[in-house]
Write a protein that binds this ligand. Structure first.
Ligand code: KG4
Ligand code: ZN
Length: 339
């Protein structure tokens, strides 16, 4: 069964053809990242315009590279939430039009479910497992009970891990996205040079909070600037990265022990982070847990992951009609209607 996936929730316009949920036939990504770099963050209006300009050619290329036409496609899967609303709408409306014109079933896919599914493409892993999903907009610990049954164990009460890394990077005058820049320069710094507080969250032992850490790094930089002192950016980046990774893995470890999970999965843009990958591996080795992380090319936003999750949603009977809308926010455990 071949699914055409379409993704446009942020600054990547992506389309992919995936067979039976796991076999990637094509994976095309156009990004407007370079333009957003000028502003230090994604400008929603620019992202929407670029999606509208490139979506037709991206989908066409995905079909061509997969050596197929719409006749060979069994269903169209599209990211409908969460994300930038104007950006999502471009993908959703394109997918609706295509599905209607070609008389194909339309399958709405939650973006974070897609990130988790990037592991089905990269790794031979099946639910149930415990997943840390860390992206620019979300930080969740999720029990993935089946391909379509998700239970949120913990989540951030304020900023996402990626967002905190991006803001910290911006404060340190590093190129956008800060998470990528911090990962790049951290090996040249001493990760114990700066001490960051360990955030405490009263709601749940598995919840995160990154806004205090973010404020802390901003204060360190501003105080030094006011005093005319120089800061070793390598040390600061490495220390901040360590504090973020420690927070993520402390809660992940606690959740896995308490809920008795021995299969651990990491997903989302931040799963590309070298320290997170290395420390997660040490953690899992220590406990004798299995660890799965996507290949680097599937960590960031792509449509192969949407087609993969779309396959499992399709099999379950999830369908949308032309009334499908896009949503800026949507809980990962909320199911779309089935037939
Ligand atoms: O999943 P993603 O591509 O988009 C969203 O769904 O948000 O995640 C983007 C986030 C950004 O915050 C970016 O800085 C972060 O992932 N990121 C990284 C790395 N690569 C991307 N953070 C740390 N280290 C990386 N290597
Ligand atoms: Zn994403």
């Amino acid at each position: 069964m071949k699914i055409l996936g379409i993704e446009s929730s942020c600054d990547e316009t992506a389309a992919a053809v995936v067979e039976d949920g796991r076999n990637v036939k094509s994976n095309i990504i156009a990004t407007s990242l370079e333009e957003h770099k000028l502003y230090g963050g994604v400008v929603p209006e620019i992202a929407s315009r670029r999606h509208a300009e490139s979506i037709s050619s991206v989908v066409k290329e995905a079909l061509e590279q997969a050596n197929c036409t719409m006749n060979d496609i069994d269903a169209v899967a599209v990211t409908y939430a969460p994300g930038l609303i104007g950006a999502l709408l471009v993908g959703v409306n394109f997918a609706k039009g295509l599905a209607l014109a070609c008389d194909k079933p339309l399958v709405p896919v939650h973006h974070l479910r897609g990130h988790i599914a990037s592991n089905y493409i990269s790794n031979n892993v099946e639910p149930p497992f415990l997943c840390l999903v860390v992206s620019g907009g979300h930080s969740h610990i999720v029990a993935v009970n089946s391909y379509t049954d998700f239970e949120v164990i913990g989540k951030t009460r304020d900023d996402a891990a990626g967002e905190a890394l991006d803001k910290a990077g911006r404060t340190m005058n590093l190129p956008y996205p800060g998470g990528v820049s911090i990962d790049k320069i951290s090996p040249q710094g001493d990760e114990n040079a700066f001490k960051f507080p360990k955030p405490r969250v009263s709601t749940s032992p598995y919840d995160f909070s990154f806004s205090g850490l973010k404020t802390c790094v901003i204060n360190i930089v501003h105080n030094a600037r006011q005093k005319g002192e120089n800061i070793n950016v390598f040390d600061l980046a490495a220390s901040f990265q360590k504090s973020v990774v420690d927070c993520l893995l402390t809660n992940l470890e606690k959740a896995a022990v308490d809920k008795n999970f021995k299969k651990i999965v990491i997903a989302g843009g931040v799963s590309a982070n070298s320290k997170l990958r290395a420390d997660a591996l040490s953690l899992c080795r220590r406990h004798n847990w299995e660890l799965f992380i996507p290949e680097l090319k599937y960590c960031g936003d792509n449509a192969a992951m949407i087609a993969s999750q779309g396959y499992y949603e399709f099999i379950k009977g999830v369908r949308a009609d032309e009334s499908l809308n896009a949503y800026a926010t949507m809980p990962i455990d909320e199911n779309y209607k089935t037939i």
